[in-house]
Ligand binder design. Sequence first.
Ligand code: ADP
Length: 449
Amino acid sequence: MENQLFKRKRWLLTLTYASVMGCTLGLVGYVFDRIVTNLSYQSVQKEITSLASNIHANVEYKLAIPGKIPADIYAKIPELCPIYLNCQTQFQQQHRHTLVNIDRYYAIFIDTSGKTRATLGIYPNVPKSSLSSLENLRWDHFHDRAGKGYQQLTLEIHTPDNKVWGYLQVGRDLTDINEYLNNIHLIITIGIIAIGFIVAIASWYLAGLAMRPLSQSYQQMQQFTADAAHELRTPLATLQVIIENGRAEYQHLAPELTNWLDRIERQNIRIASLVNDLLFLSSLDRPDNKPIFEPCCLTEIVLDLVEEFAITATAKSIDICSDLDLDRQIWIDGNSEQLYRMGANLIDNAIKYTPTGGKVAISLTQTLNDVSFQVRDNGIGISDADKELIFNRFYRIESKSLPPQHSTGLGLAIVKSIVDAHSGQLTVWSQVGKGSIFTVRFVRNLKIN
Ligand code: ADP
């Protein structure tokens, strides 16, 4: 059980380390990716701006009539092609050394009515957006029908007498930039996954290192408890013999001695029972001490328990009943000694914490997949806050409505350990003043019945 606890904690620590590191890495990767993307687009914008200024410098003062491109501009920029000549195919077929890198960049002269007048390079085939609301310049980022990305600058250009001539659009095909950015994304993603993997392994190792001293001191504490309980057994048994001998030999000399001996015996029995519980719990905790599991008849175990506790219940005027079906016995694979102890602790509690005249009902049922053992009482009940704590070792609730009980606070801790050892489930329903229902569910692992 302790092993399970430490394993769970180790997993939890590993998960926490790995998630914190994973989130940090993810964030760093994301920020790095954004910085590289922004820098790349900024450098593209710079290139486009410089190209646009270059073209603008070549045409400035020469565009005298709005919408008309004079012949000397074609001489100055030989790559510029009037719209009535189809230069696109020619551009696509030949790669020339020109003023503008026409493989990637393009420029378009558009008049004020939105008609293209001349082009340069291979421009994207997309519907033109309205230019009427343009204020001096505008940046656009768009994709053509084939999904190719473009960055484009649109400028308003003027005649020497400051009339609007039209517009100049200069843009760039972003295929190479996007390929570069995709490679960066891929490298970052693979890097994060690889580092995440290394971090997860390192976290598992570090969590193990962090747990080691805790696990060792827990084991030492358990060993100490087991040793101390073991050492106490002999003197307690000897004390019991002394009490019995004393009672037999000296009772007739001093009758009041019986009273004293009875009180000493009661305390001795209490300590012996506590020591037994501690020994039992530490044996359940030891990972090397696996109990022998064999087919157990739960019906018989519960029948024996009802018989055993009938005397205690009757002494307290508590009605104890069970709904056992003796013709359809219920079996599970388990350890009968532990299962008996589990049932005994639950029934003992139900009788202890139910006032005189109350009722305790025990039921054993099975479905296709599981077996359910239930102990119900109409006793004092347990508050919601205590329900969380009653399975902790040495946790006890002082009851005002009942006389002091013989209790150690280990009973339910033992029940929980036994249920865990049998891979079962233990649940409690309770309401103060109304009673409690403790239910244990086991997987039906034997198909005998
Ligand atoms: P113990 O009975 O020895 O004190 P347990 O671990 O069995 O220790 O129980 C812990 C506490 O849970 C008890 O002190 C008691 O207050 C509460 N409890 C357990 N069973 C019941 C029950 N059936 N009804 C009300 N209270 C209960």
